[in-house]
Ligand binder design. Structure first.
Ligand code: NAD
Length: 321
């Protein structure tokens, strides 16, 4: 394994899930840094349209492939970012077995690629590994409070398994791995109907429909603008740190506060309405990002008002919300 203290340099990156929301922003950042990028995606929860902007770069290539099958790539990569997985509750509840396979078989194939090429490997894990946490804010040492058999377990446990597999490849095969635990990320490029809070609220606010908060709306989330998140993933890749490292914005807001800010920013007259609570919905979610600050020199730069304004501007222009 490469010396953990030596910053990694990359010429070619593989990004599984590269046609998705976070993946496309990650590809864009890597291309800006002059890294050649191969995005691998089966378009299960994204569309080929996302790729149009990326295809303008000479150094971008797209391979349509399901990561639950062995990787069909023959060229050597220096870094593999593994993001391929359904990620929004609506998607993973509709694709339960596919989500478990993406986290298990998919992660193993992505790790095998990194092992073959002697590449750095970064797993896009999630704050969902903390489940409905009993500790606040969540530090990486916390083992979590996950219901292993509830409907959300297909995502949470797939990611927990993916973390275990990544750690075992590091120990058993010496693969240079890093685990990022990503907290709620939002920004331009999200699908309005993917079931996640911010695109749903923006869509409702812009259409003048009621903004629907689940339960009382007093549950908290910490929302991170996507440009900050992908900078964190690249910082982790360039470091030799194994993680897990929390990548998120520690500014905690209630779901109702997010709805109110979106209402103000869009100038919407929509009322805020309560609807049924979601099963196993976490009551509080807030990252401790001390480790990311210390070992990656990373912290988010874009606050919620700025990020929500940028996202609202994109949603207003988006042709097919
Ligand atoms: P997304 O649904 O927009 O993107 C996921 C991408 O993975 C899609 O393009 C989809 O087609 C692809 N994919 C799914 N299964 C696949 C398979 N078997 N083979 C190939 N491609 C497959 O979701 P996102 O928000 O961009 O999330 C990306 C990653 O980041 C996911 O792993 C997710 O768990 C993680 N993450 C995201 C957030 C967030 O708030 N967005 C938070 C925590 C973790």
């Amino acid at each position: 394994m490469t010396d953990p203290g030596v910053p990694r340099r990359f010429e070619r990156a593989v990004v599984t899930g590269g046609a998705g929301f976070v993946g496309a922003h990650l590809c864009e950042l890597l291309l800006e840094e002059d890294v050649e990028v191969i995005a691998v995606d089966n378009l299960a929860t994204s569309s080929a349209d996302t790729l149009d902007a990326l295809r303008r770069h000479d150094k971008f290539r797209f391979v349509r492939h399901d990561v639950t099958q062995p990787m069909p790539l023959h060229c050597r990569a220096d870094v593999v970012f593994h993001l391929a997985s359904a990620a929004s509750p609506r998607d993973y509840l509709a694709l339960p077995l596919e989500t478990l396979r993406a986290g298990s078989h998919g992660t193993e194939h992505a790790l095998d690629l990194a092992r073959r090429d002697g590449a750095r490997f970064v797993l896009a894990s999630t704050s969902e590994v903390y489940g409905d946490p009993l500790e606040h804010p969540q530090r990486e040492e916390y083992w979590g409070n996950v219901n292993p058999i509830g409907p959300r377990s297909v995502y949470d446990e797939a990611k927990r398994f993916a973390e275990a597999l990544t750690s075992a490849y590091r120990r058993e095969h010496g693969v240079d791995t890093g685990i990022a635990r990503i907290f709620n990320t939002y920004g331009p490029g999200m699908r309005a109907h993917d079931g996640r809070m911010i695109p749903a609220f923006l869509d409702q606010a812009l259409k003048g429909e009621p903004i629907t908060v689940t339960g009382t709306g007093e549950q908290t989330r910490s929302i991170c603008y996507v440009e900050d998140t992908v900078r964190g993933l690249v910082a982790l890749a360039r470091s030799g740190h194994p993680g897990p490292v929390n990548i998120g914005n520690p500014h905690e807001l209630t779901v109702r506060q997010v709805a109110e800010r979106i209402k103000d920013i869009t100038g919407s007259g929509s009322p805020i309405e309560e609807i049924d609570a979601v099963v196993d919905d976490p009551k509080r979610r807030c990252p401790d990002i001390g480790l990311a600050r210390d070992v990656l020199g990373w912290e988010p730069k874009i606050d919620a008002d700025d990020g929500l304004r940028r996202t609202a501007a994109w949603f207003r222009r988006a042709p097919l919300r």
